[in-house]
Write a protein that binds this ligand. Structure first.
Ligand code: PEP
Ligand code: MN
Length: 340
């Protein structure tokens, strides 16, 4: 971290700042440049609040030299992380996976949809048993019974299950049921007690980007999970809230190569929640694949007009078949060596 000092600062104020920094256990290296005086802070800069430092009278501005995310940072872990999701399915590096299924687990249609998505080439099954709904009066999900239906489908089809967890008190239940991947949704993206609790397990976590979360904040949320000891984090870009109203969210596809540059963690993209409309899901699934995502999460329902949630963005199984064929073509075009 570097503090650039105002031109009119007197020597005794600079000395006071230096001793303030040293009292925090850091070294302060003062250097007089041609135009400005700079103090370099060396040591554990997490002990310094950069906003407090910048608010000091003699400080012009503060610049970070290294990012505050350490465990998720590619600088300290150059190779891509590959997360083992169970049932022989790995994601990250050269392993590309498609997670598909209904928004909510609704009952016996789950297995029908699951068979179709598996036949089309999806390798992981999704379905929400605990649903984060904007309205408390909207359908809240089947709960533990929904987890059982997911696990039955997983065992019949030999594929890992991805399902959302909303409450830190449910972590043990998810572990006991054998849930393969716990999803943390956009609304809980910075629920720090939840992030810490899933961090205490080794179960892979699909961490979605919050609606107004910056890339750095997403990485810090991943850091919460990893700092508790769970290295199995998969990031998911699912659109952010902007002034645009023609789509449910604005799909920030920039985030895919940006995250791949900054972190070694696998990066998945969700064109369903990012667009909110069935008609836009396939083109954006293809675009996310071309942008270098390690995987996609796509909502599929066999009767979208009767779906209990998010029917407006669901692909039918036939549409999903076509989508998977075209994803394979994009994959071939961008990375022939990575072809399965
Ligand atoms: C979901 O996956 O069904 C979901 C609620 O996603 P998000 O948290 O991205 O809105
Ligand atoms: Mn949904």
């Amino acid at each position: 971290m570097i503090a650039i000092i105002k031109k009119n600062a007197d020597r005794s104020s600079v000395d006071n700042l230096v001793s303030w920094i040293e009292k925090k256990g850091l070294q302060a290296h003062v250097s007089q440049g041609e135009n400005e005086l700079i103090i370099g802070l060396v040591g554990d800069t997490t002990k310094i609040d950069p906003f407090l430092l910048e608010s000091m009278d003699i400080v012009e501005r503060v610049q970070r030299v290294s990012e505050p995310f350490k465990k998720a940072n590619r600088k300290f872990h150059p190779a891509d992380t590959v997360v083992d999701c169970g049932h022989g399915v790995k994601i990250g590096g050269n392993h590309f996976q498609v997670i598909a299924g209904p928004c909510s687990v609704e009952g016996e249609n789950l297995i029908r949809i699951a068979r179709r998505v598996k036949a089309a080439g999806a390798t992981m099954l999704r379905g929400g048993a605990y649903k984060p709904r904007t309205s408390p009066y909207a359908y809240q999900g089947m709960g533990a019974e929904g987890l059982d239906l997911l696990m039955e489908a997983a065992s019949e089809l030999d594929m890992p299950v991805v399902t959302e967890i909303m409450d830190p008190r449910d972590v043990q239940l998810f572990v006991d049921k054998g849930i393969d991947v716990m999803q943390i949704g956009a609304r809980n993206a910075q629920n720090f007690p939840l992030l810490k609790e899933v961090g205490k397990t080794r179960t892979p976590v699909l961490l979605k980007r919050g609606m107004s979360e910056t890339v750095d904040e997403l990485l810090m949320a991943a850091e919460y999970i990893m700092s508790e000891g769970n290295p199995n984090v998969i990031l998911c870009e699912r659109g952010i809230r902007t002034f645009e109203t023609r789509t449910r969210n604005t799909f920030d596809l920039n985030a895919v190569p940006v995250l791949r540059y900054l972190t070694h963690l696998p990066v998945v993209a969700d064109p369903s929640h990012a667009t909110g409309y069935t008609r836009y899901v396939v083109p954006m699934a293809l675009a996310a694949t071309a942008a270098g995502a390690h995987g996609l999460e796509i909502e599929v329902h066999d009767a979208p007009d009767t779906a209990w949630s998010d029917g407006a963005q669901a692909l039918t199984p036939d549409m999903f078949d076509d989508c998977m064929r075209r994803i394979a073509l994009i994959r071939e075009a961008i990375e022939p060596a990575a072809k399965a």
